[in-house]
Design a protein around this ligand. Structure first.
Ligand SMILES: C[S@@+](CC[C@H](N)C(=O)[O-])C[C@H]1O[C@@H](n2cnc3c(N)ncnc32)[C@H](O)[C@@H]1O
Length: 222
């Protein structure tokens, strides 16, 4: 059996191939990984460091309320929030990714679901005290960026918090995927009743000084 190809090169091949269906390629990618044709995309078991340092390490189970992880992939961030005590949902547009997240976390109390930021279930509107979005908006073609950002905002409950972690860009650049966000694009999470609490640019691991880093932005709905 041939060795699996790299998921990064497959992402580059698929990600811009069909601009009229900007999210359709994710299922193809995850399905290729499930069949062993490519290595596993976005494969990590630990929470993203920008999330882990933001939540800190409170006593497991000490948090309360509902949380959702947007574009949850293999579920590491959803599992982290679940351990902290949030009643957690993780959703992804790719059914195969959702299946992989369930398979990787047997017995998990996270609710994993198939869901599309561009067509969210009405029941999820304003339903989550904490919304965590890591690298999903930047993974999708800029043509639907405004709609994706609006979808993320719509999930936040009254009084709730949104944490967005995205690659940083100085200028819009169409040469993705990914398509990192400018500061203006990050600030756009802070509309429709959401206000920015903090917008930080963290240094990207291993990046040369002055290179664009990673946005970690927190918003609150009043
Ligand atoms: C760059 S990956 C990041 C995965 C995960 N958040 C992480 O940090 O490891 C983007 C994820 O978003 C999912 N995705 C893309 N478009 C989506 C959409 N419209 N709605 C929900 N999930 C989406 C993809 O299937 C993929 O799992």
């Amino acid at each position: 059996m041939p060795a699996p190809r790299s998921w990064q090169s497959e992402t580059a091949r698929l990600g811009n191939a069909e601009p009229s269906d900007p999210t359709g390629w994710f299922e193809q990618l995850w399905s290729s990984a499930a069949h062993g044709d490519i290595t596993m995309p976005w494969d990590r078991v630990d929470p993203h460091p920008a999330l882990a340092s933001w939540t800190g390490a409170p006593a497991p189970g000490g948090a309360s309320g509902t949380a959702v992880v947007v574009g949850c992939g293999l579920g590491a961030d959803a599992e982290h929030l679940d351990r902290l005590g949030y009643q957690t949902t993780g959703f992804d547009v790719s059914p195969t990714a959702v299946q992989a997240a369930r398979g990787r976390n047997p017995g998990s109390s996270v609710t994993y679901a198939v869901g599309n930021l561009l067509d969210l279930p009405p029941a999820w509107a304003g339903a989550f005290d904490l919304v965590v979005e890591i690298y999903t908006v930047q993974a999708v073609n800029r043509s639907v960026r405004d709609a994706l950002t609006a979808g993320v905002r719509s999930l936040v409950a009254p009084g709730g918090t949104l944490l967005a972690v995205q690659g940083a860009a100085r200028q819009p650049d169409d040469d993705g995927p990914p398509w990192p966000l400018t500061r203006t694009e990050v600030e756009a999470f802070g509309r429709d009743g959401l206000e920015a609490v903090s917008i930080e640019e963290l240094a990207a691991p291993g990046a040369a000084p002055g290179r664009p880093g990673t946005w970690r932005a927190e918003f609150r709905r009043g």
